[in-house]
Design a protein. Structure first.
Length: 191
């Protein structure tokens, strides 16, 4: 049996963006993939912020058993893929553990890079094996860009419902793109 694949989602407080990415990815990719989240400046022990919690539930994903936690280096060691919410978070991860560079992407960057990979170029085995194969392909297709923040998901914390909706929509769109390329079941419904 193949070792379970681990995805770590990273934002700042670990109460808005990274929990949304965690829960949407977990719902879409299934039990074979272990998805968790942490924050660079986490509000440790806090629940998902109410506006984001509501959006996650409306999307049909589970919000139970959540507690914000701070990002620690051992989390980076055990993750097979690290998805951040901004370029700055990617920098924080790489500063904490430089060897994470080839497996760390902002979630929107990873989704965009996967868009250039033909689904047929990935193994037709499991979601975990498809993700394992896609990571080096995505890393190899990175190109320098003038605006490194173009793939950022803006922080909605205390910015009002519209900001939460915009952040959630950006995350959901990225998750949908990842699932389109990675999932074996082409009939997956949009979360």
């Amino acid at each position: 049996m193949t070792r379970q694949f681990a995805v770590l989602c990273v934002c700042t407080g670990n109460i808005c963006r990274s929990p949304a990415a965690e829960r949407l990815l977990a719902a879409a990719l299934g039990a074979e993939i272990d998805v968790s989240s942490a924050g660079t400046l986490a509000l440790v022990g806090r629940w998902i912020d109410t506006p984001m919690d509501r959006l996650i539930v409306l999307a049909g994903a589970d919000v139970s058993d959540f507690e914000a936690r701070v990002l620690r280096e051992p989390m980076l060691w055990s993750a097979d893929l690290i998805l951040t919410m901004t370029d700055a978070h990617t920098g924080d991860v790489i500063e904490m553990w430089p060897r994470a560079v080839r497996k760390t992407f902002s979630i929107r960057e990873f989704a965009r890079l996967l868009g250039s990979i033909q689904s047929t170029a990935l193994p037709q085995t499991t979601v975990a094996e498809r993700l394992r194969a896609a990571i080096p392909m995505a890393a190899a297709s990175r190109r320098p860009v003038a605006d490194r923040t173009r793939d950022d998901v803006e922080d909605p914390y205390r910015q009002g419902d519209r900001a939460y909706e915009q952040a959630f929509d950006a995350i959901r769109d990225a998750v949908d793109q990842i699932v389109r390329v990675i999932a074996l079941d082409r009939d997956q419904e949009r979360l």
